[in-house]
Design a protein around this ligand. Structure first.
Ligand code: ATP
Ligand code: MG
Ligand code: MG
Ligand code: MG
Length: 572
């Protein structure tokens, strides 16, 4: 690629709205530009990286025997009504109407659509197992889009869905996908860990997330000092109705930063919109617990019309909160609306708010000493609740739940998530097969997601210095920056650069030839460093007199003179 024909859109200044380094560097290197909140344009440089990640993901999916499909972004509401998620999915689901006033949504995930395909295409156990994937745009109306493409509203995901005649078959595909994910992250060159994720009611080790370790990560991962045990501390949030935990593709609202939230921030988080009616408030937890009482007061604080308040007892929790109307709570705590101060002083509790307005999320909300934690849950009343593994208050040096070693906690960025769905969707949507005995039964399903666009940002979080990005070779937009000195003055430089450019290109090496005749050397060096190009070759008259060019690796400080004749084989 010639720089004269390529949009190099580097910025000197760090844009003030970018807080994490990957977001800053993606803007500064000219990879992306913000269109609107959570919506990003990919410029040519960024797209080259995205496509490289995509290619690796595709190769490993193909190698694992998955078949590529492509499903529409826009999905009919009927399918979501069939699965029950039209009502259950929260505000992340963007609902739209067409000109005939039919309801649609922008797909945040594709369980419904793939199940709809498969129920008409597959009807015998003999056609199973089968695994289908796509690499495609997803839309989630995130409460707080942030960190650039890391938490965008529109983003690129690889999502795969497997179908089986038995749970054993699901387990073996699940294990293959686990391995394929390791292959992908190994090839990209990331420092990552597979970690146990919330499995909800399904139990066992039926869900894993893949986390790239980075200080800017939004999740806490608990590691054992003496085994491979690693778990998302989010497991703490695993109080949810049986059979209704959010699937890998489902919405899990923010578990916010652990600093204390003020009431107004929590109210904003809960989207307590005065125009909405809160139909039923279910409070779970121990009575006389200050944190949950405060939360109740908080929820009641708004102008919400409350038809009913229920208290429920959780397994393992001594007694249900003695619920109280707003006046009583406020009297007990002497709290005037909006005056409760920071929320979150108590042990863990859960508050679930059910709303009559189906377009709003149901929230499961816990408060502990770190502040308020909110989780979006799918919700049915009459379903039992189960506690999975409580890591909520886990601390560094606590004994590991695996029995070996003590806990260390690190931050992680979730780049992948695999999940054993079981028959949740196949039952709801009547996706059945005939088994060996000619009996009709629901297919068993798994789903497997990778954040393709998030990986680009995560890779930068792990690979940068004060000059800019340092791409792992496998996903670099270009392998080599070819930089002339005084191109407009020296014929020898021009000739040698053209020859090298042709030779490197012929050898299948991606080169960016900085061929703008009057570009300043310092600017070209700074730009190609910022853009993270792994190898740099500088061609100048002085070197050429001795038959050499100057080579530098982006990761190393030293430069070396290399003979013009050897440079191509060195880079190959
Ligand atoms: P998070 O916990 O970060 O919100 P999630 O658990 O909601 O992610 P999944 O439903 O498991 O996400 O989707 C599969 C993958 O898609 C995630 O592992 C992540 O890499 C990616 N992903 C999810 N949400 C976003 C987003 N808003 N922007 C970019 N990538 C995302
Ligand atoms: Mg997930
Ligand atoms: Mg998650
Ligand atoms: Mg999410």
């Amino acid at each position: 690629m010639r720089a004269s024909r390529f949009l190099i859109a580097t910025l000197k200044e760090t844009p003030s709205d970018a807080v994490v380094v990957s977001h800053q560097l993606m803007l500064r290197a000219g990879m992306t530009r913000k269109l609107a909140s959570g919506l990003y344009n990919w410029l040519p440089l960024g797209l080259r990286v995205l496509r490289k990640v995509e290619a690796i993901v595709r190769e490993e999916m193909d190698a694992a025997g998955a078949q590529e499909v492509l499903m529409p972004v826009v999905q009919p509401a009927e399918l979501w009504q069939e699965s029950g998620r039209w009502e259950q999915y929260g505000g992340e689901l963007l609902r739209v109407k067409d000109r005939h006033t039919n309801d649609f949504c922008l797909g945040p995930t594709h369980e419904e659509v793939i199940t709809d395909i498969i129920r008409s295409e597959i009807n015998s156990y003999k056609q199973l197992p089968a695994n289908f994937y796509q690499i495609q745009t997803k839309f989630r109306d995130e409460t707080r889009p942030r960190f650039g493409v890391m938490r965008a509203r529109e983003f690129l995901m690889k999502d795969a869905y497997s179908f089986h005649a038995s749970f054993d078959s699901l387990q073996s595909t699940y294990d293959e996908m686990h391995q394929a994910y390791c292959n992908i992250f190994d090839r990209i060159g990331l420092d990552y860990r597979p970690v146990l994720a919330d499995t909800g009611s399904i139990g066992g080790s039926a869900s894993h997330e893949f986390h790239v370790l980075a200080a800017s990560g939004e999740d806490d991962i608990a590691f054992s000092s003496e085994s491979d045990y690693a778990a998302n501390v989010e497991l703490a949030e695993a109080l949810a109705p049986v059979g209704e935990r959010p699937a890998a593709g489902a919405a899990m609202a923010e578990v916010d930063t652990p600093d204390q939230r003020t009431i107004d921030e929590v109210a904003a988080f809960l989207q307590l919109d005065p125009s909405q009616t809160v139909k039923t408030l279910v409070v779970m937890g121990e009575a006389n617990d200050e944190g949950e009482q405060k939360l109740v007061a908080l929820i009641l604080r708004g102008d919400h019309e409350l038809n009913e308040i229920k208290a429920e007892k959780l397994p393992g929790v001594a007694s249900p909160l003695a619920f109280a109307p707003e006046a009583r709570i406020q009297a007990e705590f002497g709290a005037a609306p909006g005056s409760l101060g920071p929320v979150g002083v108590s042990e863990a509790i859960e508050v679930i708010v059910d709303r009559s307005a189906a377009v709003l999320a149901d929230f499961c909300c816990g408060a502990n000493k770190d502040g308020v934690h909110l989780t979006n849950v799918n919700w049915e009343r009459d379903i039992a609740l189960g506690r999975i593994e409580d890591l909520r208050n886990v601390q560094v040096n606590d004994p590991s739940p695996c029995g070996n070693g003590v806990i260390d906690i690190k931050r992680g960025i979730e780049v992948g998530h695999i999940f054993q769905l079981g028959t949740k969707y196949s039952e709801a949507m009547n996706a059945t097969i005939l088994d060996e005995n000619g009996k009709q039964k629901p297919m068993v399903m798994g789903c497997y997601g990778i954040g393709v666009s998030r990986i680009v940002a995560a890779a930068i979080e792990q690979n940068h210095d004060d000059k800019g990005i340092i791409w792992p070779a496998a996903i670099a937009p270009f392998q080599v920056a070819l930089i002339p000195i005084n191109l407009h003055k020296s014929e020898a430089v021009a000739e040698n650069c053209e020859a090298l450019y042709a030779e490197l290109t012929a050898a299948g090496i991606d080169v960016i030839y900085m061929d703008e005749p009057k570009a300043r050397l310092g600017v070209m060096l700074a730009d190609t460093d910022l853009m993270g190009i792994p190898h740099r070759v500088v061609v100048g008259d002085r070197g050429l007199e001795g038959g050499t060019v100057e080579y530098k690796n982006r990761r190393e400080a030293d430069k070396q003179d290399v003979s013009v004749d050897d440079i191509v084989s060195l880079l190959r």
